[in-house]
Design a protein around this ligand. Structure first.
Ligand code: GDP
Ligand code: IMO
Ligand code: MG
Length: 422
């Protein structure tokens, strides 16, 4: 069984927790896009782990974790995460593998990311990890891949070409002194030596896995509305965060995918700038942020919070071909007297039931809500659907009805065991 797990909102839906749970029944766990802009949290035995590049299945000792070609890799960040695994006593030898074709993030990507943001009228609110500039180089065909680092002549030529062009831009457009070849070259050759044991041909490894009847779990990062094509452009990330990205980012054919699990929060959050139709106003924003501990796992920035937006998620289900859903963080809504689900947007007298991509509509639209009664009871100890309060069941049933997709997983706390599987 080959399953793609994908976020259906603006990221941070709880993908990490669910990957850790599903990894039990998979053999391979593969990241296919994004980079260390991602922050995936897994809580086991009261200990919290946050993974940025390493797949969230790594805590399962007998599973192989792969980083596909679609991921952009900051070697310093990756080696730092590997060092943390070592420190935590998590055995990873022989079961962490990295694509030789993944593109590499350099300091000039990171700095350009921040400098661009500082000059923009339309700030994106990026994570500052150099993700956008690295993907831009990939598409411009001047990117440097992991495999290039092992070829001294080619790497040297590519780095020189990049610095020639980029240093001009840094100096002229940003009054930044630019970067020196020698230091960068030596630094990245040293990273290459350290990464060597992990490098592999991911499409080949996964083809052999399939032939051997093994199960592959594809771990999406970010969320569908941060997708470069289907997100709220330009307030998006630079990769294909929808399910289609799994094939492009690993070399596994679409015909090999059996299932797509869509992950949502029981409400909505967003980090960074961009439209957010159902965003709460204070004080609700503050109380949900506090109860849901809505602070970025990567940057620590406070997340913006809002009601569940069915207009968005219905569109996500469509572009991802979602076969089942997981609703996370239902417990965060425990104390609310009334819950709202957004079923349409209103703008200039027009009602939108389909997600509108016009940024003006998205920025100015008012939400149309359906109201449901809250359950006002602590549900974090519930393990079976039947034991949920009636109003919690009504909320989930209504989501299922609106989305026409079965909800198979319900999460009522951050810990592994705080999960209802239907
Ligand atoms: P990801 O990026 O999709 O993996 O999500 P993050 O890890 O960035 O953010 C989700 C946060 O919610 C993490 O701190 C999780 O530990 C936490 N979390 C996950 N599921 C639940 C849940 O059902 N209830 C609560 N209260 N917290 C949860
Ligand atoms: P996970 O995998 C939430 C957001 C940033 C910013 C936009 C672009 O943990 O769900 P980037 O640095 O990618 O160029 O930033 O995307 N963003 C995320 N928001 N969760 C993430 O990852 C995110 N990765 C990027 O906040 O708005
Ligand atoms: Mg996250």
């Amino acid at each position: 069984m080959n399953t793609i797990l994908v976020g259906l909102q603006w990221g941070d839906e709880g993908k990490g927790k669910l990957i850790d749970i599903l990894a039990k029944d998979a053999d391979f766990i593969v990241r296919y896009q994004g980079g260390n802009n991602a922050g995936h949290t897994v809580v086991v035995n009261n200990k919290s782990y946050v993974f940025h590049l390493i797949p969230s299945g790594i805590l399962h000792k007998d599973k192989t974790c792969l980083i596909g070609n679609g991921v952009v890799i900051d070697p310093e960040a990756l080696l730092g995460e590997i060092a943390t695994l070592k420190k935590e006593g998590i055995e990873y030898h022989g079961r962490l593998k990295i694509s030789s074709q993944a593109h590499v993030i350099f300091p000039y990507h990171r700095i350009l990311d921040s400098l661009r943001e500082s000059k923009r009228h339309l700030r994106i609110g990026t994570t500052g990890r150099g993700i956008g500039p690295c993907y831009a180089d990939k598409v411009a065909r001047c990117g440097i891949r992991i495999c290039d680092l092992f070829n001294p002549k080619l790497f040297s030529q590519k780095l020189k070409d990049n610095l020639n062009e980029k240093n001009d831009i840094f100096r002229k457009a940003f009054h930044h002194q630019g970067f020196r070849f020698e230091a960068l070259y030596r630094q990245y050759r040293a990273y290459a030596r350290k990464l060597k044991p992990y490098i592999c041909n991911v499409p080949l490894v996964l083809a052999q896995a399939r032939e051997g009847g093994k199960s592959i779990l594809f771990e999406g990062a970010q969320g569908s509305f941060l997708d470069i094509d289907f997100g709220t452009y330009p307030f998006v990330t630079s990769s294909s965060a929808t399910a289609g990205g799994a094939c492009i980012g690993t070399g596994v054919a679409p015909t090999s995918i059996d299932k797509v699990i869509g992950v949502v929060k029981a409400y909505t959050t967003r980090v960074g700038e961009g439209p957010f139709v159902t965003e709460f106003k204070a004080p609700l924003n503050d109380s949900i942020r506090e109860k849901g501990r809505e602070f970025g796992s990567t940057t620590g920035r406070p997340r913006r919070c809002g009601w569940f937006d069915n207009v968005m998620v219905r569109f996500s289900c469509l572009v991802n071909g979602v076969s089942e859903m997981a609703v996370m963080k239902l417990d965060v809504l425990d104390e609310l007297k009334t819950l709202k689900i957004c079923t349409a947007y209103k703008y200039k007298g027009k009602t939108f039931t389909e997600f509108p991509y016009d940024l003006e509509v998205l920025t100015k639209a008012k939400p149309v809500y359906e109201e449901l009664a809250g359950w006002q009871r602590n549900i974090s100890n519930v393990r079976y659907y039947a034991e949920l309060p009636d109003n919690a069941k009504r909320y989930l049933d209504r989501l299922q009805e609106l989305l026409k997709v079965k909800i198979s997983y319900i999460s009522v706390g951050s810990k592994r065991e705080e999960t209802i599987i239907r």
